[in-house]
Design a protein around this ligand. Sequence first.
Ligand code: B12
Length: 278
Amino acid sequence: MTLKIDTEIEYDLEDLQYDIDDSLETDRWSDAPSEVKKLFHTLEWNIIDGEHPDTVGFIDEALDSEVTARTLISGPMAAGIAEVGRRFKMDEYFLPEVMMSAKCMHEALSRLKPLILAEKSEEVGTVVIGTVQGDLHDIGKKIVAMMMEAAGFTVHDLGVTVPPEKFVEAIREHKPHIVGFSALLTTTMNMQWETLKLFAAEGIREDFKVFVGGAPISQGWCDKIGADAYAMDALVAVDKAKACVTRLKNLNGGNPELHEAMLEIDRERESAKAEAGK
Ligand code: B12
């Protein structure tokens, strides 16, 4: 038996700041039993506070309460690191604090990774993924890589600050179906475009589908640079990746029909969400 808790709810980070500071109580996770709700707030707070020696203990407690690894990642962990981002943006936090919070995220992900990977069933395809040159952010990319692996992909994660030439090298070696670029900085998102341009120059652009993601990335950016798919989170990335290696496998990278099919997946997801919210 696993607990089902809605992690798609939208929350206001301003509320998160005050409610969590004052009482560890918010409107979030109200569909969870009260002790789990409290544990989620404790985990959020642990990430915000950067107390990484305690992180795995809270994760284990939540797992003992029948909460799934996926719920922890898309629920309290995502909320905690989002609040860290808000504090950083407002100059309430500086780099050392963000680094401590990132360490909590990494420790939690290391604990959860084997549980996520245990879901892997049949082999569906190959993915090469990396954070583009100049960018050191990798928490989101690691989540995407993990979820892709759980969905049946063999994933070659090239790490962070990956130069375009290293992508080309890895593509020649692993012959992927999908190549993913992560970028978290407005100053590095252009490297997604540069890397894509190198693929065209090398004559390999059509050999695979290109996925782009990261906080400053949008569908508009994906369209502008001529990538095949944008995904705002790991779940959407997996849905689109699976479609690419099954019903859309005969459409080459860069094909406008493929691009339209990716947009259709977003539309279907939106209408399913609207339907569920009725
Ligand atoms: C943690 C963090 C750090 C850590 C990173 C640790 C690590 N190993 O990753 C450290 C402390 C190192 C860091 C450094 C810096 N950071 Co920083 N950082 C963050 C923070 C707070 C959280 C990022 C994160 O992990 N989010 C959680 C994950 C789960 O979300 P995500 O990455 O968006 O990933 C999801 C989706 O985007 C998507 N996705 C992600 N990648 C991909 C790839 C593909 C292919 C697909 C399909 C989908 C996909 O799926 C993921 C899972 O759902 C953000 C704030 C924010 N709002 O993003 C700032 C932020 C990104 N950082 C910022 C800045 C400015 C910096 C520094 C320049 C600070 C400095 N002065 O040195 C340096 C840059 C260093 C460098 N060269 O890269 C700014 C960027 C501003 C901008 N517009 O460019 C932000 C937005 C903070 C802010 N609000 O000002 N940072």
